[in-house]
Design a protein around this ligand. Structure first.
Ligand SMILES: C[S@@+](CC[C@H](N)C(=O)[O-])C[C@H]1O[C@@H](n2cnc3c(N)ncnc32)[C@H](O)[C@@H]1O
Length: 348
């Protein structure tokens, strides 16, 4: 990294740190005996920190939502044969600082190198996660989903990129109010208005009931529904995770499913004692969005089965590498510490 080059463009170390923080949605592999009670651990995060975090969530748009949008924007600026995902709307959601980085290819390269040095494989992993969920959504649309619920939507642009959903699939976007307000303003600027098939549901998952908020917004439990829960579970309490999964399992029509990612509990509670894991915990906490929830490694099948799901499929960076990184991007480093899961709601 060349600090003079960054200063010239009004970019400082904090901006770099924030982009690096986007890597925090990564997960780690290992074998740990599964016990449901372990999943309820908040690790070493204090009540005071949680309260502080809640206040920040309520008052200002999510930093991490902008950071992951920046990574998607960076991938999307590349030529077709050099990118893993394509989200042409992502750039619109960036503020002047991260937007300035993405608009300058040299600066993007400089920042990406710094991110790669700090948390190897993260940019590849976040790009691949977008692609993986896009691919899954496409399959579900082809299979005739009637509702899409995006939990912790942030700047997810799928409702606007997948135009085939218009008129066929009702979309519910749930997020904390400040981020959602910001997103709606930006959407009005770029699209003129928000589309009729999208319903915005402001919520704090830690304090409010998804059922109350969704039913008040017109959600129909009899419809075949896909739930996307990308980059969120690590930010909310175990009770909120259980409440969300419980809602999905008990309030979805035949053929419904969920796709989400999670972080290892040992990373959250600090017992995964590596420098990378400690860095990850610190970077979440420093930007006001501390790691709160994790699932013990190797436990995802049992965890979801106990909560009303079946057909659990869990993939990581190894899968992404062989599925998506070919040709000119074959040498991309992809973090193998991430886990992404799809699961069907068990039939009644
Ligand atoms: C890393 S961002 C992911 C955004 C989006 N899913 C994506 O992948 O681009 C995490 C999102 O979770 C939301 N979030 C975190 N905690 C929340 C809570 N307690 N209630 C509602 N939303 C929350 C944030 O506002 C943010 O949009």
């Amino acid at each position: 990294m060349n600090p003079a080059q960054l200063d010239e463009r009004n970019i400082n170390a904090r901006d770099i740190e924030e982009l690096i923080g986007a890597l925090s949605d990564l997960e780690v592999d290992g074998i740990i005996e599964h016990k449901p009670s372990q999943c309820a651990s908040k690790g070493p995060v204090s009540e005071e920190l949680l309260e502080e975090e809640d206040l920040m969530k309520e008052e200002k748009p999510s930093v991490s939502a902008e950071q992951v949008a920046a990574i998607r924007a960076a991938w999307s600026r590349r030529p077709e044969d050099e990118r893993v995902c394509y989200d042409p709307l992502a750039r619109h959601f960036l503020g002047p600082e991260l937007g300035g980085v993405i608009d300058d290819p040299k600066l993007t390269e400089t920042v990406a190198a710094a991110v790669e040095e700090s948390t190897p494989g993260a940019i590849g992993c976040v790009g691949a996660r977008t692609r993986y969920i896009d691919d899954y959504l496409k399959t579900c649309i082809d299979d005739g989903i009637e509702q899409l619920v995006i939990l912790g939507a942030g700047y997810d642009s799928r409702p606007y990129r997948f135009s085939e959903m218009k008129g066929n699939v009702r979309v519910f976007e749930l997020d904390q109010p400040a981020t959602q307000r910001e997103k709606i303003e930006i959407l009005k600027m770029i699209l003129g208005s928000t589309p009729e098939h999208v319903v915005y549901v402001p919520i704090n998952f830690d304090k409010e009931s998804i059922a109350d908020r969704l039913y008040a917004s017109g959600f129909n439990r009899d419809l075949k529904t896909l739930f996307i829960w990308e980059g969120v579970t690590m930010y909310i309490t175990a009770e909120a995770v259980d409440a969300t999964l419980g809602f999905v399992a008990e309030n979805s029509g035949k053929g419904s499913s969920i796709i989400f990612n999670y972080i290892l509990q040992s990373v959250v509670d600090g017992t995964y004692r590596t420098e990378d894991a400690e860095k990850m915990r610190q970077s979440y906490a420093q930007r006001g969005e501390p790691l709160i929830f994790g699932i013990p490694e190797g436990a995802i099948d049992a965890f979801l089965s106990e909560r009303g799901f079946c057909n659990v499929k869990d993939v990581n960076g190894e899968f992404f590498r062989s599925a998506y990184f070919k040709g000119k991007i074959a040498s991309t480093n992809v973090c193998c510490l991430c886990g992404f899961v799809t699961a069907s709601v068990k039939p009644n």
